[in-house]
Structures are given as structure tokens and as C-alpha cells.
Design a binder for this molecule. Structure first.
Ligand SMILES: [Fe+2]
Length: 272
């Protein structure tokens, strides 16, 4: 099973770099469409647009409509739940009457669970007791398959960048971490939000952060030739070895240099 993960496209229509953000998004979708082997699914881990506006979502929907693989989206702190839900309603996987944008996809050998980590008063993440209950229900709805969880805010300490914790308090992160270990079947957590690559663990669960697609907003040092080349992640799942993550540089061809981080499944009995 192959998952292409993209994040933080921050589509805006009235900033000086608006055209570049749209171009970055479109080039990324074209690059994913050209992958050999093709991904089974594409997941966008949020901050799809920059101001939560309907006209911004219209651009994002039109761009993602060109993707060959099925696309699932999460909400980021810059998204607007109601406008996102309306824009992507045709996908049929977003419950129209829910306070949160969280769901499970059961169509693949690995279940995909998308979480809503938005806070009402902050750009940082939140995960209230109600969302814990919803996560437990999503996990318990199927008891055989491994699970990959997607969040906008990374639920582990990101030691690069200005802010190591991307949730409001350590207690919130602890609550989410405990819920993720509820079944022992969550084998990976994939996030966005910090606009640069990172890897770590949520308890005993391997976790990664994909850089932002918007090249003008990317953090960290990149060589000059990558200035206008977005970066995304390709997660390949093997039942024996778990996930291996490839960092793809858009427009550099199928054999381009890339970095690989092996992500092994958690061992039974490891402490949580
Ligand atoms: Fe964000």
C-alpha cells in the first residue's frame, strides 16, 4: 500500500506569492500522478487554504480534482471547518452534522484515521475529551488491521524550529498519546503544520512531519535548485516491515536523489 502525503498548501488569492502557492500545489499533484508505482491514496494533512475562504477552497478543490488517486483531507488551523466540509462534500467521507472533521477509511490494508486537532482560540493543537472518545470509537470500529493516523499538528516534540510543542499544553499531548495507544494497532502517525521535516515518536509509535507544499512558506535550509520545488512524502507499507517513508522532491524525476527513513512497526510490549 502506498500513501502520498501532502500538507500546508496555504492557498491564498491576494498575497504576493499567491500564484506560486497555486503553482506549487499543481506541480505536486502532477508529480504524484506520475509516480511509478502509483499511490493508492493521497492524504492532505491540512492548512489547505490560508484564510478559510470559499474562493480559496474552490481553487484547492479544482487542483485536487486532477489527482488520479482518491484524496482525503484534514483540517489545519488556517482552515475553516464549515467551508472545508462544504468544499469537499462530494467525497462523501466528511460527516455533515459533526462538530469535528475526523473519520476512518477502511478501503485499504492499513486503516486510515484522520483526526481534528483544531483549537478554537489558538494556532496550536487541541484534543479535548470528546475527541478522545471519538478516536477510541474510530479505533474500535475494526479490530484486525494496522492503523495509520493523520493529524495536522504533530503530537510529539519537534526539536527543530521555534516551538517544540505544537499543542496548547503537554497534558493535551499526553491525552492524545494515551488514546493512540488504546489498541496497540496504530503503527504510524503522519502530520504537517511545522513546514519542515521532522521525525520522532508518539510514545512507542513512529511519527513524521512532512514539509509544507508552499515553497514560499517552507522552513529550514534547502539548496538553490529546490527553491521552487515542493517536497512531499510517500509512505510505503509492507506487512512485515511497517512503513518506509520517502521524501519526494517535485520535478526531479522518478530516480531522483531522495532521503529514506525506515519506520518500523512497534514491538509488542514496548512501554507507552
Ligand atoms: Fe498549521
Amino acid at each position: 500500500m502506498i500513501i502520498a502525503q501532502i500538507s500546508d498548501t496555504h492557498i491564498a488569492l491576494d498575497t504576493p506569492d499567491a500564484d506560486q502557492r497555486i503553482r506549487d500545489f499543481e506541480l505536486t499533484v502532477s508529480d504524484i500522478n506520475a509516480l511509478d508505482a502509483a499511490p493508492d491514496v493521497i492524504v492532505h494533512t491540512g492548512d489547505i487554504v490560508h484564510n478559510g475562504r470559499q474562493d480559496e477552497y474552490a481553487h484547492a478543490v479544482a487542483t485536487l480534482a486532477k489527482a488520479r488517486a482518491p484524496v482525503y483531507v484534514l483540517a489545519g488551523n488556517k482552515d475553516n471547518r464549515a467551508n472545508l466540509r462544504a468544499a469537499f462534500a462530494a467525497g462523501g467521507y466528511l460527516a455533515p452534522d459533526s462538530d469535528f472533521i475526523d473519520y476512518a477509511i477502511d478501503d485499504y490494508p492499513v486503516r486510515l484515521i484522520a483526526l481534528d486537532t483544531l483549537s478554537s482560540g489558538s494556532n496550536k493543537g487541541d484534543f479535548c475529551p470528546e475527541r478522545v472518545r471519538r478516536l477510541i470509537d474510530l479505533i474500535d470500529a475494526e479490530t484486525a488491521k494496522p492503523i495509520a493516523v493523520f493529524t495536522h499538528h504533530p503530537p510529539f516534540e519537534v526539536t527543530v524550529g521555534p516551538d517544540r510543542l505544537n499543542f496548547g499544553t503537554p497534558e493535551i499531548m499526553s491525552r492524545l498519546r494515551q488514546a493512540l495507544h488504546h489498541s496497540g494497532r496504530v503503527v504510524a502517525v503522519f502530520s504537517g503544520h511545522v513546514h519542515r521535516a521532522a521525525a520522532g515518536h508518539v510514545g512507542s509509535i513512529p511519527a513524521t512531519v512532512v514539509p509544507c507544499i508552499a515553497t514560499t512558506l517552507r522552513k529550514g535550509e534547502y539548496p538553490a535548485y529546490m527553491k521552487t520545488r515542493p517536497v512531499y512524502h510517500v509512505h510505503r507499507f509492507d506487512p512485515d516491515w511497517g512503513f518506509a517513508t520517502e521524501t519526494r522532491i517535485v520535478g526531479t524525476g522518478p530516480t531522483a536523489a531522495s532521503t529514506c527513513d525506515s519506520i518500523l512497526p512497534r514491538r509488542e510490549g514496548t512501554p507507552v
